[in-house]
Design a protein around this ligand. Sequence first.
Ligand SMILES: NC(=O)c1ccc[n+]([C@@H]2O[C@H](COP(=O)([O-])OP(=O)(O)OC[C@H]3O[C@@H](n4cnc5c(N)ncnc54)[C@H](OP(=O)(O)O)[C@@H]3O)[C@@H](O)[C@H]2O)c1
Length: 396
Amino acid sequence: MLGRMNILCRKSFLHLCRQLAVAGKDRGIHSSCRRSTVMPAWVIDKYGGNDVLRLNQNVLIPIIHYPNEVIIKVHAASVNPIDVNMRNGYGANSLNMSRDPLHVKMSGSEFPLILGRDVSGTVMECGLNVKYFKPGDQVWAAVPPWKQGSFAEFVVASANEVSLKPKSLSHAEAASLPYVALTAWTALVNSCGLSKEKCPGKRVLIIGSSGGVGTAAIQLLKSWGAHVTAVCSGNAFTVMKDLGADDIIDYTVASLQDQLKTKDPFDAILDNVGGTSEELALQYLKPWSGATFVTLVTPFLYNNDRLGIADGMMRTGVTLVSKVMKHYCKGIHYRWGFFAPSGPFLDEIGELVDAGKIRPVIEDVLQFSDVRKAFQKLEAGHARGKTVIQVVDPKK
Ligand SMILES: NC(=O)c1ccc[n+]([C@@H]2O[C@H](COP(=O)([O-])OP(=O)(O)OC[C@H]3O[C@@H](n4cnc5c(N)ncnc54)[C@H](OP(=O)(O)O)[C@@H]3O)[C@@H](O)[C@H]2O)c1
């Protein structure tokens, strides 16, 4: 039955491609779907450095496997640290378990692997159970890391991971936000319990405020009325001020600890940096008041890579529980934050974007042929917002 549906979906998808080609509407990147069932995509066939990234013009166009999926024609994507980490093999054990929970496939079956989590594009085809979207809709999404990614002409996502693109943004602008904004959202809302109602009057510290997640987090918090203190390098001050940060700390000029001592304590801390900043910052929360520390830098995937899933999960559990208990005794909630795909959360973020409360922070827009360059750039560090990959030339 499923196989039949796949064939039907592929047939109707290809029919749509042909129609688009005939109508001359599809004038983007060299669009292989006019002639065949293949598309261009950046793939890796093994884990490693930047040289493992390969532009393959003949990757099979993805098909719908489940009735709740949609096929999206990618207009723009963007790079995140997770792409660089996945290229290096980080998280492979955990992600392969999500891809193949019964472990029936051969080792290496994840290749050729397409990286890229963010997408902004056009819905081409919908599974039978998809009610909210139709072909032609302009959408944005963050595709979870266990699925094939968006550095390709087409990507498949579940409808519940997809949202209508904010009307005020171009595709390139929209592609800069989903992964980082959803990470900031889940960390602040799910882990810290913050929201529009609870934020006014709250003091929040963001460590690592100048990158993708930090710039999204500042804007979310400011749109909800929080007081935001941003920790970044001095050359990011202008961006931080433009985004509405109330107080800015330059961690490069003096010790962060000395600078934090001079501030009032915080109700919440979002740590995007990890390492020593964690122990240091935890002292500056208001104890016994529900204050929460959330870090995005966790040993979860690393432990599973190093120790295998069972031992890794055990080690992770012990580490997390001991930290939670240790800080709970001091009146502080300690949490780990994780990206979670969510169309409904993206709908809410989209409303804030269209209301002018969140804007994309983009430091560079590169062409599809420059994906390797985008990885190099991100790997060099010091991001100021996001690097976008323009997959379809908007002028054509
Ligand atoms: N757990 C999850 O699901 C999840 C999801 C998304 C991201 N993450 C992780 O969260 C972290 C941030 O992600 P991102 O996308 O925002 O990364 P990013 O775009 O690369 O930004 C990192 C930012 O941190 C700044 N920085 C570096 N060291 C710093 C320090 N000691 N103090 C203050 N700022 C510092 C960098 O600028 P300068 O070096 O110039 O200061 C840069 O602007 C990454 O480690 C990423 O892997 C985790």
